[in-house]
Design a protein around this ligand. Structure first.
Ligand SMILES: *Cc1c(COP(=O)(O)O)cnc(C)c1O
Length: 216
């Protein structure tokens, strides 16, 4: 039962940590089950799927975009989301800023840090992130709220610990520099979220542990 899964996760969350229910590939009926149990934040990673689900769900749902976002898809995503968690290039950040200014909005974003060894993974290097959070490089219409990271897909928890330590250290360093509104560290998925909580996660993104396996 989705509501039992949610209850069990909520019980283990320290105060101040929020749960993003990752509902990609699951039908709206399953999302409504989670909504009925009290879940309000949902994460999606495909623009068309997000845009199709939004009108079918209650208006107090907060949608987070967590996937790779192409700049020609912004209008399918930005009108609906309260946060883009997966900003992984300067080009995308600039495009979001342009859209925000044209539409009179401020968009909350997280910068994705490339964790792990896989070359195929998305995200910025630590050096790039330190440049982007510099007060002199802030773009209009963008509020950088924090960092997002995905640990390597491995059963070796020592590797995961090391990667989460790295993003936690970067997060603390930037927060201590006093960047306004920089307060969110989004790490932890079904396989590793208890580890993420020990490393200062303020947001965890869970799909499989709530909804079961995805049908691809
Ligand atoms: C799919 C996805 C998740 C959730 O993964 P599960 O292993 O199903 O919990 C979390 N974060 C991102 C960025 C994802 O794409």
């Amino acid at each position: 039962m989705i509501s039992d899964k949610l209850q069990s996760i909520w019980k283990q969350l320290p105060p101040g940590v929020s749960l993003v229910a990752v509902s990609k590939f699951h039908p709206v009926e399953r999302l409504m089950e989670a909504y009925g149990a009290g879940q309000r934040i949902f994460g999606e990673n495909r623009p068309q799927e997000l845009a199709a689900k939004v009108p079918q769900m209650p208006s107090d749902v907060q949608w987070h975009f967590i996937g790779h976002l192409q700049t020609n898809k912004l209008k399918l995503v930005l009108p609906y989301v309260s946060m883009v968690q997966s900003v992984d290039s300067l080009r995308l950040l600039q495009a979001i800023s342009g859209w925000a200014v044209r539409n009179g909005r401020d968009i909350d974003v997280l910068l994705e840090l490339h964790l792990g060894a896989e070359q195929t993974k998305q995200g910025f290097s630590e050096e790039e992130i330190l440049q982007l959070v510099n007060p002199s490089s802030q773009l209009p219409g963008i509020r950088i709220r924090g960092l997002m990271g995905m640990a390597s897909n491995t059963d070796d928890m020592a590797v995961v610990e090391e990667e989460f330590s790295r993003i936690e250290a970067l997060f603390c360093r930037i927060r201590e520099s006093g960047l306004p509104a920089f307060d969110q560290l989004s790490i932890g998925m079904s396989g590793d979220w208890p580890v993420a909580i020990r490393h200062g996660a303020t947001m965890i993104r869970i799909g499989t542990d709530i909804f079961g396996p995805r049908e691809y």
